[in-house]
Design a binder for this molecule. Structure first.
Ligand SMILES: Nc1ncnc2c1ncn2[C@@H]1O[C@H](COP(=O)(O)OP(=O)(O)OP(=O)(O)O)[C@@H](O)[C@H]1O
Length: 256
């Protein structure tokens, strides 16, 4: 997908220290990052290097101790909790390693719930949008199933539908394939590539080099610092193996 150079999300001098521990834990330290509109950016690094913390702080799910985060030029760190949750509902989507679904609701109702909450007056539109998404991601036939009656891949595709139901411009994913086997991983990555190809900005944390090789750019964290990044260019299936090999060589240099 061709990008313009428009920066949609930017962090400046971002730092996070947890004061709940004694001594306090400094987790990320002075991260400057610019994510282009429509870009698929992957965050990698060893366990504990601060990847999830970075994701939560640039997405307004958590508050940084220092620095600023701008979404389309608006400083998220200056927003109240209420304003921030409005921005999250209207403009952002989230996918986690485990799909957090309510087990007393069907798959379809779980997907619908946040969309209705975000725009309660547009119920019919939300329902139509959710049904279209479920069709597109191949889970319409399990819409009435409970959450224990579908596969891990289906559940994670349901998470993608839920994240997209509010029509976000940016999607954050924290190890979305972390609990899946390899065929389900491919299923979910294909779905995410589909989202990306439509112009949604995607920021994803992963440990999996094959998943990361699909990105436009990979950044590498070490001990809370952004130490390097690598442009991979536009994804093509024909070059998948070459991309993964190149990325692995780079990751090894990084000490991954
Ligand atoms: N709420 C918290 N309070 C105190 N320390 C925390 C908290 N959350 C994370 N940490 C610490 O911050 C460090 C970075 O955690 P984070 O989850 O961001 O790393 P990560 O790179 O995503 O790791 P992993 O790949 O294992 O998921 C870890 O040392 C972790 O123990």
């Amino acid at each position: 997908m061709p990008h313009d150079d428009h920066v949609t999300l930017e962090s400046r001098d971002l730092a996070k220290t947890y004061y709940s521990t004694d001594p306090p834990t400094k987790v990320i330290d002075g991260i400057g990052l610019a994510v282009r509109k429509g870009e698929f950016l992957v965050v990698m690094g060893a366990s504990g290097s601060g990847k999830s913390t970075l994701l939560y702080n640039i997405s307004g799910m958590d508050r940084p101790t220092n620095g600023n985060v701008f979404l389309e030029g608006r400083d998220l760190t200056s927003l109240s909790e209420k304003e921030m949750s409005r921005v999250r509902l209207a403009e952002m989507g989230f996918i986690f390693q485990q799909a957090y679904f309510l087990n007393n609701l069907t798959i379809r109702d779980n997907i619908l719930l946040p969309a209705l909450k975000g725009a309660p007056k547009e119920k019919e539109t939300a329902i139509a949008r959710v049904d279209t998404l479920m069709e597109r991601f191949g889970i319409a036939h399990v819409g009435q199933h409970g959450i224990t009656q579908v596969s891990g891949g289906q559940l994670q595709r349901a998470s993608i539908c839920r994240a997209l139901a509010g029509e976000p411009s940016i999607l954050f994913a924290d190890e979305p394939t972390g609990s899946l086997n390899s065929s389900m991983t491919i299923e979910v990555m294909d779905a995410l590539m589909d989202v990306h190809s439509e112009g949604t900005t995607l920021v994803m944390v992963t440990h999996d080099p094959a998943c990361a090789a699909r990105a436009d750019r990979v950044i590498y964290l070490r001990d809370g610092l952004l130490v390097d990044c690598r442009d991979l260019g536009t994804w093509s299936r024909e070059q998948a193996t070459q991309r993964e090999d190149d990325l692995l060589a780079w990751l090894r240099e990084m000490g991954f």
